[in-house]
Design a protein around this ligand. Structure first.
Ligand code: G6P
Length: 369
């Protein structure tokens, strides 16, 4: 086992550090920057269906559901198709309205999650077209779909999903770009920029991983906290949910992820000097808005741990801790902003003596409902 861990103390840490490669593997051969060419065999078969789809319904559980939320922003923004993101377990039991013009995308690392499989079978029986985004080749969900695109994250052993999430987001981004191009909703110049930016993501992830030492320091400060709040807006809202989930899963600290603006409708009541608040506040279209949210947290003496874009000076002037990530397009920012949050949860869990790779009560793949 120690050989399999490749010198890392835990599988989770190894998998976090594998992300430059797993992201690259998930995009390799699927795009060519020079002539804005994108290709995915599974999508090609389905291009006309995607082009004419009335809506896309995404079904998933856990971290894969968070990747689905990122995809909602991507598909609506780049391809202008309405998207609904569903917890598979709720969707399957509520008599959902599904038509033959719907495309259902099932996202699953293992391809074996019982609720996701049942949700897609239900949608299939109502005539929807089923597309899969799975990591495990030949898995039950992969086999049950009409077409799909694999993520190439490689085997993920740590129960808390890390590299599978970024691989899912990578593949879903490419799909949104392909469909956007086909539907004419994504103009060529923007598409070219996105492809070029996508190509630089693995090296930017590499850079984000260099934050490790700094994050160990921040983890020391907050390892005994009993609660954490994670805030984000836009593309970083799903990242806030994912950051909170990672912390809960492996450190057993109660954490909530929230859309930053929604904080005033509840969680703000929890903020005092004991409350660490992780704010993902990169330079994007909601930046000015999130600056005000940080002020609201400060005014209640919350401790602000801010994830910002390199070179930002406004938020650093207000935050207790500043984590700088490389600049990128806002469409791709989750691939970078999630990295420090994975590291933060990992180090806090290790410092608390938790079993990081096999947290209590959790399973890598939930094959019963
Ligand atoms: C379990 C795992 C999570 C995972 C979820 C969905 O809860 O512990 O890491 O995100 O199942 O799994 P899937 O294999 O369908 O992505």
């Amino acid at each position: 086992e120690s050989i399999e861990k490749g010198g890392y103390e835990h599988f989770m840490l190894k998998e976090i550090f594998e992300q430059p490669k797993s992201i690259l593997d998930s995009m390799r051969g699927r795009m060519i920057a020079e002539n804005d060419h994108l290709m995915m065999a599974g999508v090609r078969e389905f291009e006309n269906k995607f082009q004419n789809a009335d809506r896309i319904i995404i079904v998933a559980c856990g971290t894969s559901w968070h990747a689905g939320l990122v995809a909602e922003y991507l598909f609506e923004d780049l391809a202008r198709i309405p998207v609904e993101v569903e917890y598979a377990s709720e969707f399957r039991y509520r008599n959902p309205i599904i038509t033959e013009k719907d495309i259902v995308i099932a996202i699953s690392q293992s391809g074996e999650t019982a609720d996701t499989l049942a949700a897609l079978e239900l949608a299939k029986s109502k005539g929807a077209t089923i597309f899969g985004v799975c990591n495990v080749v030949g898995s039950s969900i992969a086999r049950a779909t009409d077409a799909g695109a694999y993520t190439h994250a490689g085997p993920e052993i740590g129960v808390a999903s890390t590299k599978a999430f970024t691989a899912q987001v990578t593949v879903l981004t490419l799909i949104a770009m392909i469909i956007g191009k086909k539907r004419g909703t994504l103009e060529t110049t923007k598409l070219r920029q996105l492809i070029a930016e996508m190509e630089s993501i693995p090296s930017k992830v590499e850079k984000a991983l260099q934050l490790n030492e700094q994050i160990i320091g921040i983890s020391e400060v907050y390892k005994d906290a009993t609660n954490f709040l994670y805030l984000g807006r836009g593309y970083n809202f799903p990242v806030a949910l994912e950051g909170a989930l990672k912390l809960k899963e492996i450190s057993y600290i109660h954490a909530e992820g929230y859309p930053a603006a929604e904080m005033k409708h509840g969680p703000i009541a929890l903020i005092d000097e004991q409350m660490p608040v992780v704010v993902i506040a990169t330079k994007d279209s909601s930046y000015e808005k999130i600056v005000s949210n940080v002020q609201e947290v400060r005014a209640r003496k919350g401790k602000v741990i801010a994830v910002v874009t390199e070179g930002d000076t406004t938020i650093p002037a207000m935050a207790d801790h500043v984590i700088e990530i490389p600049e990128t397009s806002e469409h791709l920012v989750p691939l970078l902003s999630v990295i420090p949050l994975q590291l933060l949860s990992y180090h806090i869990a290790v410092m608390r003596g938790c079993n990081v790779d096999q947290p209590r009560n959790l399973a890598k793949s939930v094959t019963v409902e």
